[in-house]
Design a binder for this molecule. Structure first.
Ligand code: SAM
Ligand code: SF4
Ligand code: FES
Length: 345
């Protein structure tokens, strides 16, 4: 029965809620599911892997998400802000290595005004790379200003579509507002990335199925699935979880349903399994987001424990990831890696 469902999804890219739930529950089909997702990835996205270099430019955040080490109530975290000239310097070096896409990520830090961000975006765009922002919730006007400065893409995870769970884990935040952000970004012409956390306390398989259907409903251009990793310095520190396999399953199902979306093999996956990103690339993913931040900042951007590459340099990460991708018979793309819609929903 489950194998039939996988075959159907591999062909038609459709599954209903009950079918997704039954596949999430059935561990006996995992290998077949990963194989099918890998085949769909090969058919629609080819063998090239897109590298997006990520600059984690500030760990200061006004929000208090219960799961995140950057939350404002975490007093054990040494905070930093990277100044615009240094951000540009990191971006320039990344472009010299060969990155075609730069991601700017931070906590929700109001130090970086629209003017400051527009200047950074304009300067980075001169390097002929795609610019992706991941700065959290902003107004329509702010998103519009970043777009006018040249930003191409925006990542903002829905985290969970379970409204009451989301609002209990993200105090003071509302799911309607999160949805508003996604809608505004889409209407402004961004390539929109979203995603969820897998393994949050109180999260059901049913709500994970809803997350997957939500990504399909909004036809997300990028979908980042992160295993939730409990952080010692947050209220969720005592949650006991093993989320790697389930995250991989969710990712594979997302690939079956959104065959031409860009799906990263996330850093959090490799933080739970030392070969996690290559396993993910062989189970539906086609993107990797190596860290291009330098020095102490890597350690200080402590969203969750065990984060990989905290003692490495951008050069080491570039060589490491290129080697790993070659070792699984794939190649690193020299293109911007924008989403090309091949499959009509
Ligand atoms: N502040 C922006 C936002 O929230 O969209 C961007 C930075 S935030 C650190 C990026 C992502 O980290 C979040 O969307 C969340 O899914 C993820 N994250 C936070 N805490 C995590 C944890 N404990 N384990 C795994 N991922 C986590
Ligand atoms: Fe801030 Fe983003 Fe972490 Fe929430 S997930 S505390 S918004 S950095
Ligand atoms: Fe950073 Fe492997 S990607 S050391």
């Amino acid at each position: 029965m489950s194998i039939e469902l996988i075959k159907k999804a591999e062909k038609n890219h459709v599954l209903n809620r009950e079918e997704i739930i039954s596949l999430l529950k059935d561990d006996s089909i995992d290998a077949a599911l990963f194989r099918a997702a890998n085949k769909v990835r090969g058919k629609y996205m080819g063998e090239e892997v897109h590298l997006r270099g990520i600059i984690e430019f500030s760990n200061i955040c006004k929000r208090d998400c219960l799961y995140c080490g950057l939350r404002k109530s975490n007093e054990n975290l040494e905070r930093y802000r990277i100044m615009p000239e240094e951000i540009l310097d990191l971006a320039k070096k990344a472009a010299e290595y060969g990155y075609k896409s730069i991601v700017l990520q931070s906590g929700e830090d109001s130090y970086y005004t629209v003017d400051i961000l527009q200047n950074i975006i304009r300067e980075i765009k001169k390097l002929n790379v795609a610019v992706t922002l991941s700065l959290g919730e902003k107004t329509f006007e702010e998103y519009k200003a970043y777009k006018e400065a040249g930003a191409d893409r925006y990542l903002i995870r829905i985290e969970t579509t379970d409204k009451s769970l989301y609002e209990s884990l993200d105090p003071g935040m509302s799911q309607d507002e999160r949805m508003r952000c996604l809608k505004d970004l889409s209407s402004l012409g961004y390539e929109v990335g979203t995603g969820n956390l897998v393994g949050l306390p109180g999260q059901s398989l049913e709500s994970i199925a809803d997350d997957i259907l939500f990504f399909k409903e909004i036809d997300a251009d990028m979908i980042g699935l992160g295993p939730f990793i409990p952080n010692e310095d947050t209220p969720l520190k005592d949650v006991k979880v093993e989320n790697f396999q389930m995250s991989l399953k969710v990712m594979a199902l997302v690939r079956l349903l959104l065959p031409d979306a860009n799906i990263p093999a996330t850093t959090a996956m490799e933080s739970l399994n030392k070969n996690g990103r290559m396993i993910a690339l062989s189970s539906g993913a086609n993107v990797v987001m190596p860290n291009i931040t330098e020095g102490e900042y890597r350690r200080m951007y402590a969203i969750y424990p065990g984060k990989i590459c905290i003692n490495d340099t951008p050069n080491q990460c570039w060589n490491c990831i290129n080697g790993k991708i070659a070792s699984i018979g794939r190649t690193v793309s020299k293109e911007l890696g924008s989403r090309e819609k091949i499959f009509a929903l």
